[in-house]
Design a protein around this ligand. Structure first.
Ligand code: ATP
Ligand code: MG
Length: 417
């Protein structure tokens, strides 16, 4: 063990104050998703490595350098989920959800793991929320998915801080035609490309469009465009998505260089970005993945989804989010003789759904101080006199006023405040 005890690099504790905001992001997203018919599910945090390695693409950053892969004691190669989509598709196939009425829609939230260089907004354990829709290739399903993402950001109060960037990667035939044109162009600059991009030139040249290397970006600026190589079906799909977004009044910016980091996308891809988080500007990202279910051994199933980073969303709402006030009642025995009764009352109130603090010891002064420190709104004083009358004294800790209340009316009295 290291001399100074620290969490693992790139991981963070979620202390109670931050957890409330983190949870608020998740609950908000879950509620909005429910409005569109998405129910929450979860998958294990690890899968057989193939689930991710065979699907995200041999040349994707995630697979080449970011997965946490290990051999377990039984000799199986397992990988901590770097994202949910492949795991959800695995679950869709292995639970035979293909038999359910289509499309299948789900919401998820939980930790994901990537061995990245830790920096602001980039962690090795982070959390994602996201939605997946399996079983429709209708452009209106793309529109609805983007509307749901936008709705979530709006309810979080972030809609004015983000821009929707939209692109289409077309279908496989369009991409194949484009790939040839792109390779021909990039080959002329082969020696000037970054090492990563040199390797991608053979295996996955489209990914070079997504390169963060400055030199690559300059070369890419003059590259032929994918949209010029679209066939009719690809063009029609993209046009319909754009028309649908326009009909709903959802503003977007077409950004032809947006290709997304993972191999399984086709047609629509989108990102909501912000300039308020420094270099890590993508808060929510998604796209259509029509081939993934089949690649993983399922039926031909067209799908679309998105994922968002909870930490990035939580950072964006930090200045506007107000932690809900504590709803706490303190129970204070006034004499030693009433302590047992006070404990009974505390348990009874908790049984009725009220949050109660009762100190383990200390005189009444200490107990009042503690109640104020914890932010309790009321203290329920249990004195011998009141007890004899079947009453308690309720003290308003904000203004110091006291009100006698019949014990059998106490719950209703407190709940009405
Ligand atoms: P980036 O370009 O920032 O590396 P990505 O394309 O790898 O993102 P996705 O796989 O699309 O990210 O994940 C969806 C969202 O999850 C991102 O938009 C981001 O908000 C969040 N996210 C991804 N990686 C991390 C990370 N290491 N730490 C925190 N959040 C992350
Ligand atoms: Mg990444």
């Amino acid at each position: 063990m290291s001399e100074k005890l620290q969490p693992v690099r790139g991981t963070h504790d979620l202390l109670p104050a931050d957890f409330a905001r983190h949870q608020h992001v998740i609950e908000t997203a879950q509620k909005v998703a429910a409005l569109y018919g998405y129910a929450r599910m979860d998958t294990p945090i690890f899968e057989f490595s193939d689930v991710f390695h065979r699907t995200l693409g041999d040349t994707s950053d995630v697979v080449t350098k970011e997965t946490y892969t290990f051999t377990d004691r039984g000799g199986e190669s397992l990988t901590l989920r770097p994202e949910f989509t492949a795991a959800i598709v695995r679950s869709f196939i292995s639970n035979n959800l293909q038999q359910l009425p289509s499309p299948f829609k789900c919401f998820y939230a939980g930790p994901a793991f990537r061995y990245e260089r830790p920096q602001k907004g980039r962690q090795r354990q982070f959390h994602q929320i996201g939605c997946e829709l399996l079983g429709s290739n209708e452009p209106l399903s793309d529109v609805e998915m983007i509307a749901l993402a936008a709705h979530t950001l709006r309810v979080l109060g972030l809609f004015d801080s983000v821009t929707l960037e939209l692109n289409s990667l077309g279908d496989a035939a369009s991409r194949a035609a484009y790939r040839d044109a792109l390779v021909e162009y990039l080959s002329k600059y082969k020696n000037d490309l970054s090492d990563d991009s040199k390797a991608r030139l053979e295996k996955n040249p489209l990914r070079i469009l997504d390169s963060k290397d400055e030199g690559d970006k300059k070369i890419v600026a003059g590259a032929p465009t994918l949209h010029a190589h679209f066939n009719d079906a690809s063009k029609a799909h993209f046009d319909a998505v754009r028309a649908g977004l326009e009909a709903l009044g959802i503003a977007y910016k077409v950004s032809e260089k947006l290709v997304r980091g993972l191999d399984y996308y086709s047609h629509t891809v989108f990102e909501f970005t912000t300039d308020k988080l420094g270099a890590q500007g993508t808060v929510l990202a998604g796209g259509r993945y029509n081939d993934l279910v089949k690649v993983m051994g399922g039926n031909d199933t067209a799908c679309i989804g998105f994922a968002a980073g909870v930490e990035r969303l939580s950072a964006l709402i930090e200045s506007s989010y107000k932690t809900p006030p504590v709803q706490l009642v303190a129970v204070v025995p006034m004499q030693e003789s009433t302590e047992a009764e006070a404990w009974k009352l505390a348990q009874a109130l908790r049984g009725e759904g009220l949050a109660v603090d009762i100190a383990y010891k200390g005189n009444t002064k200490k107990r009042f101080e503690r109640a104020s420190k914890l932010g309790a709104a009321y203290a329920v004083l249990m004195g011998e006199e009141e007890l004899a009358k079947g009453e308690v004294m309720v003290k308003n800790l904000a203004d110091g006023s006291q009100t006698p209340v019949k014990q059998d009316q106490l719950v209703a009295w407190l709940k009405s405040r």
